[in-house]
Ligand binder design. Structure first.
Ligand code: ZN
Length: 203
């Protein structure tokens, strides 16, 4: 009996340690940028046609490791954030994020399918999306020389890199197209990456 208890404690500790490592290695801020990009670019199509995101898609809420935690962070004002797990208040998102890491790591989605969205930052151009607050329509993630990418810290990409990014973006978005949907809606979703690129040339 004693041995079983010790084994249980060891397994529990290992699970806890792995959750801490997971949350430390996956940037919450960058995950949020990638998540928001998908939400702003595509969620209206899903809502309009009452579609659900397939689990194969990296943006499925079943796979995003921070999904539950983000859902339980309530922004009351710019400097008032509520943790719905324990009703504590925080001055900023930065501090509530630290609190989530320290107190609620048991709520992370952590299985073989879970995804750290910040791992996709290079494809969805977090460096561009992170720029100064702009309206979403004015941001083109595939722009090579917008006012945002001209900044020193932003990586300016060439035509070849642009093609690679578009192709990676397309294969990710392709997995997010629900099965058995009308052809025109399927095309609308699939073309999201290239239409963003088209916007660049149309400016
Ligand atoms: Zn809390």
């Amino acid at each position: 009996m004693m041995n079983i208890n010790i084994l249980f404690i060891v397994i529990w500790s290992l699970l806890n340690i792995s959750s801490v490592i997971l949350s430390k290695s996956c940037s919450r801020e960058n995950s949020r940028i990638v998540r928001d990009y998908f939400r702003k670019a595509l969620s209206s199509i899903y809502e309009k046609h009452d579609l659900s995101i397939p689990v194969e898609c990296i943006f499925s809420s079943k796979r995003d490791i921070y999904y539950h935690q983000e859902l339980n962070k309530i922004k009351i004002t710019d400097n008032r954030w509520l943790c719905q797990y324990c009703n504590k208040l925080f001055y900023s998102e930065y501090y509530i994020d630290i609190h989530m890491s320290n107190r609620h790591n048991d709520t992370l989605i952590h299985d073989e399918q879970s995804v750290c969205l910040s791992d996709y930052c290079s494809i969805f151009r977090c460096d561009v999306l992170k720029g100064p607050k702009k309206s979403f329509q004015s941001i083109n993630i595939f722009t090579r020389n917008s006012d945002v990418t001209k900044r020193k810290s932003k990586k300016i990409i060439n035509e070849q890199q642009l093609t690679i990014l578009r192709s990676r973006c397309a294969s990710i978005i392709n997995e997010c197209v629900p099965h058995n949907i009308k052809h025109d809606i399927r095309v609308k979703i699939q073309r999201k990456c290239s239409s963003l690129h088209y916007k660049y040339f149309s400016h």
